[in-house]
Design a protein around this ligand. Structure first.
Ligand code: SF4
Ligand code: SF4
Ligand code: SF4
Length: 268
């Protein structure tokens, strides 16, 4: 299990711990103010922050800055990839969801209304403090889950996000336009999210080598062997999101607990 499970999970996965979605936590530590400030004006603030990061990452200072940035991120706003079955379990612990525009895509694509973010624990006070650009939609659990299942089929990777850890405020659905994807994975600046508690494995007996799953993987973790006419998943590259399964007509891919796969255990 990841370090958040140890610190905030009461012996189980931290994002399946009811306490981490509680109003008690939202009431503490100025979390509403933090969340509102984070979301409002993100599209103005983030490009400046990336410019500053670009200046530092080309210098030896980055080596020193990396652990500091990671620590700050873990305290304030950290994520973890979760597969669809864990999304279903998360929705057993919350009342419903508030869908809102994705703030990353505002920055990376200019689309101000790409509705891929789901607030899991927003109350009226927090909703009222967001600016008018957010045009919030309140969804029932069923509506939220149905829409997230569609995103899963499209290959969007689900992740949970803290607002002042360990309080979990949101569930995101991301592709390569996600700033967390870029900072953690593409640019490898510093980690802002953990990989999932899972790893995908292909059954060679079931795989027919069609390669449809390769298009679905955002992380380039699936490799094709023309010799075997099969794919294999690199456990050191797999994030455990599980979205490759939706593209496989042979049901050849399944998830296993990360801790049981020697090459992947401990890679977060
Ligand atoms: S983490 Fe994903 S869904 Fe959330 S704001 Fe960023 S791109 Fe959008
Ligand atoms: S989609 Fe399924 S059958 Fe096709 S290559 Fe991938 S694992 Fe094999
Ligand atoms: S191979 Fe791993 S990272 Fe790629 S889509 Fe499948 S579960 Fe996600």
């Amino acid at each position: 299990m990841c370090e958040f499970c140890t610190q905030h999970g009461e012996g189980k996965k931290w994002y399946l711990t009811m306490e981490n979605y509680s109003k008690d936590l939202l009431d503490q530590n100025k979390r509403r103010e933090y969340a509102a400030e984070f979301l409002n004006g993100f599209d103005k603030r983030a490009p400046k922050a990336i410019k500053q990061l670009d200046m530092v990452r080309r210098t030896p200072m980055m080596k020193l800055a990396k652990p500091v940035l990671t620590h700050m991120q873990k305290e304030d706003h950290y994520g973890q990839v979760v597969p669809m079955e864990d999304v279903e379990k998360i929705f057993e612990m919350v009342q419903g969801a508030v869908r809102l525009p994705c703030v990353c895509r505002r920055v990376t694509t200019g689309n101000m209304n790409a509705r891929y973010c789901y607030g899991l624990t927003m109350d009226q006070q927090l909703m009222d403090s967001l600016d008018d650009s957010f045009s919030l939609e309140t969804l029932t659990k069923t509506e939220a889950l149905d829409s997230i299942r569609k995103l899963d089929k499209e290959g969007l990777v689900h992740s949970v996000w803290t607002f002042k850890t360990p309080f979990i405020g949101g569930l995101c659905n991301c592709d390569q336009d996600c700033m967390a994807y870029r900072i953690t994975h593409a640019r490898k600046d510093y980690p802002v999210m953990f990989r999932a508690e899972w790893i995908a494995i292909v059954s060679p007996d079931a795989c027919n080598g069609c390669r449809l799953c390769m298009r679905q993987c955002q992380y380039g973790a699936i490799r094709y062997s023309s010799n075997n006419k099969k794919v294999v998943i690199d456990p050191t590259a797999c994030y455990g999101c599980g979205v490759c399964r939706a593209s496989c007509n042979k049901n050849a891919i399944e998830l296993q607990p990360r801790e049981l796969v020697k090459e992947a255990a401990g890679i977060w």
